[in-house]
Ligand binder design. Structure first.
Ligand code: IVH
Length: 691
């Protein structure tokens, strides 16, 4: 019926362009491997649009130009799923997973040596949808709804580039594809930034953002939201599959996007390691996952197993510990950071989040506190993702009683009473760029709260690395007036250290000569830290550990850095006018120059980077020392490693690169072997030093 008034050449060209654009869309949105530039793509796209505009009779609904076509709908029509979209039963630990496997084996009458073959996939945290294809063309898409009846969101699904409008190759006559619509984490962050700037609603998490975007009556809005579709199941189909693996491969061949993270697991032990590996990658994955889905691979076995109520017996979701929980705000207070920034903090009824107890969560700054309107007594959602500081995501306003109390942000520094000024931060204290936010800052550089924070940073592992000098002692040093200036630490003798207090339960003891001596030794050793750590230790605004290394390379002599002018600093990699002026401002203050002078006077002698080999055997490596070495003390061994660019850490984790095991090495060596971390003995170590 096409092209009555258009020439065969035009319709051929139109088809050719569609074919080509579809291929590029697939490469870009499904495979993440584009082969042409955006400009070249736009050119093809424009040519097709122009031809279709000139020959409207050639327009077809599956043309790549028609992704955003439809007018806003008055509401969503209902769609009855031909086969119900089931939900999944959950298991939360290894024991429950073992029970699941054992239950299936019993039903299937399997013996000891006959493990079940499973397919395992990430459990995407998004919105389940079903896409219907007839003769390879996308004809209808719907949400899961209650599993029986969903909503028709065809127009919105068409705007998602990873939803093929036409399938590749020879497609089945009819195919129902099921999968998840998700928003990638980086797209979510960008969307929220845009929403905030436009004064629009921000979303609590990527799943809500995906759901909110897909359930828009105007497909143009959905089209402006970056969504991705992952296919993971087939509903009714005119093509049969023997197993799930085959299904996943076929879906990819038909043009669907897959995560690349699914695996085959034989038996329950392999399921456990799959779960662990996805849990470990969780924060590196571009989309959110809340567990893994375990599915019996073989379709005949699935049919034999059947379903109970609304879930199949042959599959289960093995959940991750949740990263969000709700709890109650007991108190709000304001903490003063080392550069004087005032941060409101919510004190919570302790709750387990992501496997860790959380009792406090940041509210970032006054604006965030007001925007979220967090009050004392509120029930709130707290979130802890990876190593990030726990934060209050939102208030559960539905359960407010009216007795919650708004928090008055202080007008002066809560630690010293000094005046506070408000300024816009573009980077946080470690130099990481943050959302533009106005922060209050204490103006008193002698503020004890700031001093404590600065000192805590100064002695920390990535700075002067003074062993055993924890928060409790730092607080005493400031409160008892022992330390007003970093150099004061070096003026304390073993006896002063011995007289510090240690609190055990209700009792307070002196820490005593043995621990006192250890601390004094640690202080003494710290005099020779690598220069980069010294620069980091000073607590210059905008200078973090990584940037301190850049400074150390460029300024092997401290006084050269002290004198460096702004223009010169701006030549350093990653330095703009703001960071350069922060560094300059730091050294312009007489009190800071004095601190450095005092440190050098008391014998601090940072080791210039020239002494640290960058290409050495230990460059960039994290090493753990354990057991006794015959030829080196711990400190000597540590110094040798550090001189060769390595870092020494106290405990073995998967981040450890090497364990040096001397005589009598015990649990650390064992742990390294369990984690597959390389282990060398003293002879091997000596060889590495020589090499
Ligand atoms: S399979 C019967 N696979 O989990 C099998 N579901 O509780 C049903 N989900 O509504 C679906 N990732 O939204 C399957 N890889 C995956 C999944 C997945 C996320 C969601 C889906 C479904 C819910 C079931």
């Amino acid at each position: 019926m096409a092209a009555k008034s258009s020439s065969p050449e035009v319709s051929r060209r139109v088809e050719e362009l569609r074919e080509e654009i579809r291929d590029h869309d697939h490469r870009y949105y499904v495979l993440d491997q584009p082969i042409i530039s955006d400009a070249a793509y736009d050119k093809l796209s424009r040519e097709l649009q122009e031809l279709e505009a000139a020959h409207p009779e050639l327009r077809t609904p599956d043309s790549p130009t028609q992704r955003v076509g439809g007018a806003p709908a008055p509401g969503f029509a209902k769609v009855v799923h031909r086969r119900p979209m089931l939900s999944l039963a959950n298991v939360f630990d290894e024991g429950e997973l073992e029970d699941f496997d054992a239950g299936l084996r019993r039903r299937l009458d399997l013996g000891e040596g006959q493990p079940i073959r499973y397919t395992c996939e990430p459990k995407f945290d998004g919105l389940a949808v079903e896409l219907i294809y007839e003769e390879g063309r996308f004809v209808q898409g719907s949400t899961r709804g209650d599993g029986e009846v969903g909503e028709d969101v065809t127009g919105n699904l068409r705007t998602i580039r990873s939803v093929p409008l036409r399938l590749h190759g020879t497609a089945p006559a009819r195919l129902e594809v099921r999968g998840e619509v998700v928003m990638f984490k980086r797209d979510f962050a960008a969307l929220n930034r845009r929403q905030e700037e436009a004064g629009e609603k921000v979303f609590a998490n990527p799943r809500n953002a995906a759901a909110g975007s897909l359930r828009q009556l105007d497909p143009k809005i959905t089209a402006s939201r970056p969504l991705t579709f992952f296919a993971y199941e087939v509903g009714e189909s005119t093509e049969a599959f023997a197993c799930h693996e085959e299904k996943l491969r076929r879906l990819a061949a038909l043009g669907f996007k897959e995560s690349g993270a699914w695996r085959i697991a034989s038996g329950v032990e392999e399921l456990k390691s799959y779960w662990k590996s996805i849990l470990e990658q969780r924060h590196e994955l571009p989309y959110e996952v809340d567990g893994v889905v375990v599915k019996v691979d073989d379709e005949d076995l699935r049919a034999r197993l059947g379903q109970v109520s609304k879930s199949p017996r042959w599959a289960v979701a093995y959940k991750f510990p949740p990263e969000e929980e709700t709890t109650r705000v007991e108190k709000i207070d304001v903490q003063v950071g080392r550069t004087g920034v005032l941060t409101p903090v919510a004190h919570l009824v302790p709750v387990r989040v992501g496997g860790v107890m959380v009792a406090r969560a940041t509210l970032h700054n006054e604006d965030e506190l007001r925007r979220k309107d967090v009050r004392v007594g509120d029930r709130v959602v707290v979130r802890r993702a990876g190593d990030v500081i726990p934060e209050v995501v939102k208030v559960v306003v539905e359960v407010r009683t009216g007795r919650e109390e708004p928090f008055e942000f202080p007008k002066t520094c809560p630690a010293c009473g000094a005046e506070v000024t408000r300024e816009v931060l573009e980077e946080d204290e470690s130099g990481k760029s943050v959302k533009l936010a106005a922060a209050w800052r204490c103006t008193n550089s002698a503020c004890p709260a700031q001093l404590k924070e600065r000192l805590r940073h100064f002695v920390s592992r990535r700075a002067m690395d003074i062993e055993g000098l924890g928060n409790e002692l730092v607080e005493q040093l400031v409160e008892k007036g022992h330390v007003r200036d970093f150099a004061d630490i070096y003026r304390l003798g073993a006896e002063d250290w011995s007289n510090l207090d240690r609190v055990v339960g209700e009792e307070t003891y002196k820490i005593g000569p043995k621990v006192g001596q250890k601390l004094a030794d640690g202080v003494e050793r710290s005099k020779h830290v690598p220069l980069r750590r010294f620069y980091n230790a000073l607590g210059i605004r905008g200078v973090n550990e990584a940037f301190a290394a850049v400074l150390a390379k460029r300024y092997p002599a401290v006084d050269a850095l002290v004198r460096a002018d702004k223009a010169e600093l701006e030549l350093l990699p990653g330095v703009g006018p703001t960071r350069a002026s922060w560094i300059r401002q730091f050294f312009d203050r007489e009190e800071n120059r004095e601190v450095i002078r005092h440190l050098l006077e008391v014998g601090v002698e940072p080791q210039p980077e020239a002494a640290v080999q960058t290409g050495g055997a230990f460059a960039g490596k994290t090493v753990v020392l354990t057991g006794t070495l015959a030829a080196f003390s711990r400190d000597q061994a540590k110094a040798e490693i550090e001189r060769r660019g390595g870092k020494v850490s106290g405990s073995v984790s998967k981040k450890t690169d090497l364990v040096v095991a001397g005589a009598d090495a015990g649990s650390k060596r064992k742990k390294a072997q369990e984690l597959g971390v390389a282990v060398v003995d003293e002879a091997g170590f000596v060889e590495m030093l020589g090499g």
